[in-house]
Design a protein around this ligand. Structure first.
Ligand code: AMP
Length: 434
């Protein structure tokens, strides 16, 4: 840990990661504090339902232990909003982490009071800290005060100071800091960025997962083999607009699917029944269509859908045009004609980015659209395409279909992946660059 001045970020290129990774570092005798993204889904009994994120961090964690270092693992889970909440306790995943690592894992029930536990760690030992977000200092946003409140700015400033103290405490546990949490690299939180201020340049690094993620983004941005097809799905157009607009300058084909289909259909004068529809985004939808035309991008929208009479797996269904969904029914998945059209475009692609499902894939009866996309991506990948699948739900999709190892790269990042592809600086990476 170092005591002096804050970092300055000189170079804003988030993708130049040479000399920032752990390969050449020998952790022997060192205590390493590693920020991972163990925000894994749990079932109602607190059991991990998808351990992709735990497995993703293993190469970094194992390298540190194999070198003879000791490990302090820190992560967030869920959105406890700065309060202790057993529902989001990382103690629930301690055994899964131990099993995956093949090592005993000690648990520190208060991440900001773990100095003793950290100090007593011997080489090869592992300490997992409790959820960082049990402290509001982790995210650094003032709690319980409205943005409109005149006192908000002062509260924000105070919280930023508290955030620095919190980060300094975490830093005090270790000799070196490793960030391997790509999923939160787009956030300037205590453990993802601020903490790096308290380490010398040679003692802060990016883990293997981070390195792989950044290289995959680089592949998409700098080595585009055409045609480049992006598939954006999920629930709303409003949350994806930044990336959609950015992709418009890069892709040959842009498939928009999932819930946003119905905002487009409504904008074109369709009846969408009870489908998810952002009425305040109709102009935006028309604007996207116009931009695609102006830029020569082949915009592919769903034409038919599987409509349901309720939002449930056992709903009654019918296939109908997205422009003519009966009252009381809602579009829940891509229809057969749409699936065929999507697959035809995807199969010929040489670079593919997929973020967001084509339907409510959590219900088994509404997976066909996402399945058709996943199958076509696998086919294209077998024919030499580079395929990047990212975002929690798309990853859950390829896992559900057992196809994760048949695409080129499955990213653990949702927002971070999209922001990196948008060309934004990721604070988690900038902080390491120093
Ligand atoms: P996002 O977080 O925006 O990527 O959205 C993912 C969510 O979109 C998943 O939980 C899907 O169930 C949901 N989704 C996809 N298609 C639809 C649809 N047609 N209607 C409602 N939700 C949808």
């Amino acid at each position: 840990m170092k005591n002096n001045s804050p970092i300055t970020i000189k170079n804003s290129n988030p993708l130049n990661i040479k000399k920032m990774t752990i390969d050449d570092f020998n952790f022997a005798g060192k205590k390493a504090i590693v920020r991972v993204d163990f925000n894994v889904p749990l079932d109602e009994n607190g059991h991990v339902t998808d351990d992709t994120r735990i497995r993703g961090a293993l190469p970094t964690l194992k390298k540190i232990l194999a070198d003879g270092g000791s490990l302090i693992i820190m992560s967030h889970m869920g959105k406890p909003k700065g309060k202790v909440n057993p529902k989001f306790s990382l103690s629930q995943i301690k055994d899964d982490v131990a099993k995956a690592l093949g090592a005993d894992v000690k648990f520190a029930p208060d991440c900001a009071n773990a100095a003793e536990a950290a100090a007593s760690l011997k080489p090869g030992e592992v300490l997992l800290l409790e959820n960082l977000r049990f402290y509001p200092e982790e995210e650094g946003k003032p709690v319980g005060i409205d943005k409109e409140d005149p006192a908000y700015e002062a509260a924000k400033k105070e919280m930023k100071e508290r955030q620095k103290e919190f980060a300094k405490t975490l830093a005090s546990y270790a000799d070196v800091y490793v960030n391997d949490a790509f999923g939160t690299a787009h956030r300037k939180h205590a453990s993802t960025a601020v903490i790096a201020d308290y380490f010398d340049k040679q003692d802060k690094m990016l883990g293997y997962l981070m390195e792989k993620e950044v290289k995959a983004v680089d592949n998409i941005l700098s080595d585009i083999k055409r045609p480049f097809t992006a598939i954006m799905g999920g629930s709303k157009v409003s949350t994806k607009i930044g990336i959609i607009e950015n992709l418009m300058d890069k892709v040959d084909n842009l498939i928009l699917c999932g819930g946003m289909t119905y905002t487009f259909a409504k904008a074109m004068g369709g009846n969408v029944g009870l489908s998810l529809c952002e009425l305040d985004k109709l102009d935006l939808a028309l604007d996207i269509m116009k931009k695609a035309k102006d830029k020569g991008v082949n915009l592919v929208l769903g034409t038919d859908c599987v409509a349901a009479d309720k939002f449930a797996n056992d709903a009654n269904t019918q296939i109908c045009s997205v422009m003519n969904i009966p009252d009381g029914w809602e579009g829940m998945d891509a229809g057969p004609e749409t699936r065929k059209a999507f697959a035809n475009v995807i199969k010929d692609a040489k670079t593919i980015l997929w973020n967001g499902p084509a339907g409510v894939f959590e219900f088994d009866n509404f997976t066909a659209g996402s399945r058709a996309i996943a199958d076509a991506i696998v086919e294209a990948t077998n024919n030499g395409a580079f395929s990047l699948v990212g975002g929690g739900d798309s990853v859950a999709c390829v896992n559900k279909f057992g196809l994760a190892d048949q695409v080129s790269y499955v990213s653990t990042g949702g927002g971070a992946l999209l922001e990196a592809i948008e060309g934004k600086i990721l604070p988690g990476i900038a902080a390491i660059k120093g």
